[in-house]
Design a protein. Structure first.
Length: 326
């Protein structure tokens, strides 16, 4: 089978399109013929070696996949079932989706919702499922559309694009923070009512700023997240899932103790199975399916290495879907 294979040895760190023996697939009770995988930010970190995402070598990257079960000794899955996988350390410690086949623990899988084709499911991918988890976190903390504007950072990326689409369809007023003013039409097409320049948030700010946001979905971290906390309205919530600016958080406790704001952390990797199934069911209900095509760029498996560098350089838009059989 074809796969992207990452190696680290005396010659350094490398990623290459490779022929891999299926007998080398890792242990697992379900084998999946992969249709599509994607390039999430974490996949691009792994492929380019920009961050120590991969912990076993050689590794097939790809933290998500969609496909069809070809072999199963797991009671929950039969041959022919369509499935989706996100996270659980796949593509980090267990061979992942950027390959034509994957062998996995069946308990990690989610049945593909009927609403989506395998390609559409990866048009959403881990970034989109994480965006849904972020929206659910805002809802859990009582952020309703009548409370005011919602800020989405990293707006033209994968998490940001899906978050805008979801929030707009749910009736929220969404403001997109982006470094790419050239993507204004794209972001407004997904449902953003206004744009701000990400540079307005990226520098060290005051501990408390003017109250503006009822809620926020942050894919960026660092000063941006600190500035969001400082400008949440009284009782507001930011769902924090990303670190595109940095993993630091140079904030103060002031907005928390004086405005009762909430910093809600969102993790997709080890998210419990009932919550991830709920997230996929919510995506089937609450995402404008026509937006998937708008947000998606399809590439071939062999293109994944070059496009990973583009993603690290902030040049990809929305979701990058990888056809592993092309
Ligand atoms: P993308 O690469 O698709 O999007 C990231 C976006 O962040 C870019 O498009 C850009 O948006 C913005 N950005 C990039 N660099 C900077 C910077 N230096 N300062 C401010 N903004 C920047 O990535 P994903 O959407 O796949 O992932 C986004 C983040 O969420 C990543 O950090 C990823 O690791 C994290 N993530 C976390 C998950 C979890 O389980 N917690 C799951 C999935 C993702 P623009 O051009 O509009 O400014």
């Amino acid at each position: 089978m074809k796969a992207i294979l990452i190696n680290k040895d005396d010659n350094g760190y490398s990623a290459a399109l490779s022929d891999v023996d299926e007998n080398d697939l890792p242990e697992g009770d379900v084998t999946v013929q992969v249709d599509y995988s994607t390039l999430n930010y974490k996949d691009s970190l792994a492929i380019t070696g920009s961050s120590p995402v991969v912990r076993n070598f050689p590794m097939v990257p790809g933290i998500d996949l969609s496909g069809t079960v070809t072999d199963s000794s797991n009671a929950g899955y039969s041959v022919g079932d369509k499935v989706v996988l996100n996270g659980w350390g796949v593509g980090e410690v267990h061979w992942g989706g950027l390959a034509q086949k994957a062998r996995l623990n069946g308990d990690w899988l989610v049945p593909l919702p009927d609403t989506f084709t395998p390609k559409q499911a990866m048009g959403i991918g881990t970034a989109g499922y994480t965006a849904m988890l972020c929206v659910m976190a805002l809802e859990d903390h009582g952020v309703t559309p009548d409370k005011g504007e919602i800020l989405v950072t990293g707006a033209a990326g994968g998490v940001g694009s899906v978050a805008i689409s979801l929030l707009a369809k749910l009736g929220y007023t969404v403001v997109a923070s982006t470094g790419r003013a050239s993507e204004a039409d794209y972001l407004k097409g997904l449902g953003a009512s206004d744009l701000i320049d990400r540079n307005d948030l990226s520098e060290a700010g005051r501990p408390m700023a003017k109250e503006r946001w009822a809620g926020a979905v942050d894919a960026v971290g660092s000063h941006t997240l600190a500035n969001i906390c400082a400008s949440l309205k009284y009782g507001g919530t930011v769902a924090a899932c990303g670190l595109a600016q940095g993993f630091d958080l140079p904030a103060t406790v002031m907005p928390f103790i004086l405005r009762g704001v909430t910093l809600a952390g969102v993790d997709s990797v080890n998210c419990p199975r009932p919550r991830r199934i709920e997230a996929w069911n919510r995506l089937a209900k609450d995402l404008d399916i026509s937006h998937i095509e708008t947000m998606m760029t399809e590439i071939n498996l062999g293109d994944a290495i070059a496009v990973a560098s583009d993603q690290m350089a902030g040049k990809t838009r929305g979701r990058v879907v990888v056809n592993v059989n092309a």
